[in-house]
Design a protein around this ligand. Structure first.
Ligand code: 4H3
Length: 247
């Protein structure tokens, strides 16, 4: 996948493009990432990328032209029909379903805003999709862009060592993840759930599904309304309700 990032602070991305799953994906060319800094596309001596807002008010607004030239440059490098995504508190909530929808795309252009915001005419003319990583305002779109990049990169074929660990995640069907354990077997007298030591894969899968359903019911019950349940799930939910205790 090809990623183009429009940002005033490309150096912010060094750590995530060098380290971990994302770094390995870049190193093994599963992913390529290019940066386009609007300041490099200014034409005035002061390399101006922002200006005062019409209508007054505090702060500055990002100008159209430098962003526009940066996006045009990115589109020249991007695969055909690569969507332009703006990271914004006004966007649609980014979610695992969005990851699944875009992980097979040939490319994405991510626009990272700064200041009070971006001139609306740039958004109307150039932005295809607006995504929000949550209902809060950050000083820039860079951290949200890194969140999107990581979520998508880990689902690209070959990025995660054991591909199953991405697919196995119960998030694929909106339930929260089950608890995880590793050695030592006993810590502060808290033992490992015996089902996980049984060596019986069916038992393990059933234990994990029950815990995922119980945790989702206790913490994010609204996620269950988006799901359809098979026979085993219905059975597990009845067991959960029967011995319901606070999580
Ligand atoms: C995205 C961007 C939060 C999110 C963002 C999010 C800076 C957008 C500036 C940048 C505007 C403030 N904050 N929740 N901040 O995904 O350009 O509005």
């Amino acid at each position: 996948m090809w990623l183009g990032v429009i940002t005033l602070f490309p150096d912010m991305f060094d750590a995530v493009t060098r380290e971990g799953v994302f770094g390995r994906a870049v190193a093994s060319e599963i992913l390529s990432i290019e940066f386009f800094n609007p300041r490099d596309y200014t034409t005035d001596r002061h390399r101006t990328v922002d200006d005062r807002p019409y209508g007054g008010g505090a702060g500055m607004v990002m100008k159209v032209e430098p962003l526009q030239r940066a996006v045009i440059a990115a589109k020249e490098r991007a695969p055909a029909a690569t969507p332009v995504v703006l990271m914004s508190p006004q966007g649609h909530t980014f979610s695992q379903t969005k990851v699944s929808a875009y992980r097979d795309s040939a490319g994405l252009i991510l626009v990272c805003g700064r200041y009070e915001g971006i001139d609306e005419r740039f958004i109307n003319h150039w932005v295809d999709i607006e995504w929000s990583v949550g209902d809060y305002v950050l000083s820039g779109g860079e951290l949200p862009a890194m969140v999107v990049m990581d979520a998508i990169a880990r689902h690209l074929p070959g990025t995660l060592g054991n591909q199953m660990s991405a697919i196995d995640e119960s998030y694929l069907d909106a339930t929260l993840d089950y608890p995880h354990y590793t050695r030592p077997e006993t810590m502060a007298s808290e033992k490992i759930p015996p089902q996980l030591l049984s060596g019986d894969h069916g038992q393990v899968a059933k234990y994990r599904r029950r815990e995922a359903l119980k945790r989702t019911l206790n913490r994010r019950p609204e996620l269950l309304t988006t799901m359809t349940f098979g026979d085993q799930d219905r059975e597990l939910l009845l067991e959960i309700f029967a011995d319901r205790q606070p999580d």
